[in-house]
Design a protein around this ligand. Sequence first.
Ligand SMILES: NC(=O)c1ccc[n+]([C@@H]2O[C@H](COP(=O)([O-])OP(=O)(O)OC[C@H]3O[C@@H](n4cnc5c(N)ncnc54)[C@H](OP(=O)(O)O)[C@@H]3O)[C@@H](O)[C@H]2O)c1
Length: 326
Amino acid sequence: MKAYRLTAEGKLSHGALSDMETCALSPGDTLIRVRYAGLNYKDALAGQARAPIATALPVNAGIEAVGEVVESADPAFAPGQVVIAHGMGLGVSRDGGLAEYVRAESEWLVPLPEGLDGWQAAALGVAGFSAALAVDRLEGLGLTPGAGPVAVTGATGGVGGHAVAMLAGLGHEVVAVTSKPEAEDNLRALGASEVIAPPAASERMLDKGRWAGTVDTVGGAPLVWLLRSAAPGAALAAIGNAGGNRLETSVIPFILRGVTLTGINANAPPALRRRIWHRMADDLRPADPARFARTIPPEEIDTAMALLVEGRNTGRVIADFGATPA
Ligand SMILES: NC(=O)c1ccc[n+]([C@@H]2O[C@H](COP(=O)([O-])OP(=O)(O)OC[C@H]3O[C@@H](n4cnc5c(N)ncnc54)[C@H](OP(=O)(O)O)[C@@H]3O)[C@@H](O)[C@H]2O)c1
């Protein structure tokens, strides 16, 4: 079988398309023939020797996959059934989805929900799931349509783009924050009512409070800015670190405006992941979940990963491992 396999490069890892035996895959009670595997920023960090992502090497990269069950010890999963796998160590501590086959534990698998086909589920993938989880969390913290604008940073990224589409679909006024001014038309087509550039860093502890909610995929200075420009009572979700890990801010937005900063981890427990995927096929379903997704052959994974780590990619990139259509 074909697999994009990570091997050690000093303390980091580097990926290459390789051949391996299916019987050598990390164990798991369900064998899946992968059709689509979305590329994530985290996969690119691992494949391009940028960060120590993989905890077991060598290992197949890829934190997600959509494909058909070949065999499962769990009678709830029949051969041919289309399933979504993500997290649970895939591409980190066990062989991941960037391969023709992957093994996973059935408990963590999500049966393809009605309302999505396999390609659409892959186009959403971990990025869409993270965006949906953030929207769901912000709602739990009181965010409602009409409460005020919601800012989404890294808006041209996989997570950011889906967050823009989902929030706009629910009737929120969405402000897309992007470093790519040329993406304005695409972001407006996704539902953004305004497209702005991330502002320059500032020493100020508060700006005029504007955001009722925010979804941040960048971290660092943009998240500091979102905090100081959040409206009283705002809810902010921190998902990503594409722009840095550090958060140098003050307590002032918390104690003077009562804002809430919540963290999003896509490696959600089974019941939550199934509930969120059902919302993604229902009220959070973008009009066209695959609008800004493109497929690449496995041979182009390296090139696509280089664009991801450099912040030069737009939209979701899906490696097509060419099984019978999922
Ligand atoms: N918490 C979780 O469980 C979870 C789940 C999924 C993803 N994530 C994280 O969320 C972040 C976004 O993921 P993604 O899949 O959307 O990634 P992506 O497709 O690569 O998008 C990242 C976007 O961030 C912006 N960006 C700003 N500064 C950047 C920089 N220095 N380098 C690269 N990008 C930069 C760019 O958007 P603009 O040009 O539009 O500004 C870029 O398109 C990543 O940090 C990822 O690891 C976390």
